[in-house]
Design a protein around this ligand. Sequence first.
Ligand SMILES: [Zn+2]
Length: 139
Amino acid sequence: MMRKRKPCICGKEAEYRIGTTEHSILESKIVANNVPHFFCNFCKRVSFDSNTNLVSVLINAKKQGLTVVDYKKRGGASMISYKIDVSEEMKKEIEQAIEDKIDEIVNGEQFAAICDGKAILGKRSGEIVVIERIIEKIL
Ligand SMILES: [Zn+2]
């Protein structure tokens, strides 16, 4: 069961929440959304469960030059990131399509997924799946 609180190093208790955290990786700022973490209201310290595995996700993001990533722990891919503008509705559909297909997506290779009559093109890099292009109206 997920712990909802844990002791902070300041002596108070940090609360579990899912939200946006900011990170510095090799002098780059990366914003991560939907990250499960603990936040101490008293000293404002942010901490993570060891299984959150955020560091490898951030390093991958850095390698790809991304400044914003979305943390989603699902199967082998923790995050889906978008190089293009995608509506929230479409994102949900894409996430579902990627989730169904994640075992077939080879690390470092481009892939295509069919989603609501559109072709979703992207690339997996470690735990991050980057959506690079959407081709509309394929028949
Ligand atoms: Zn604290």
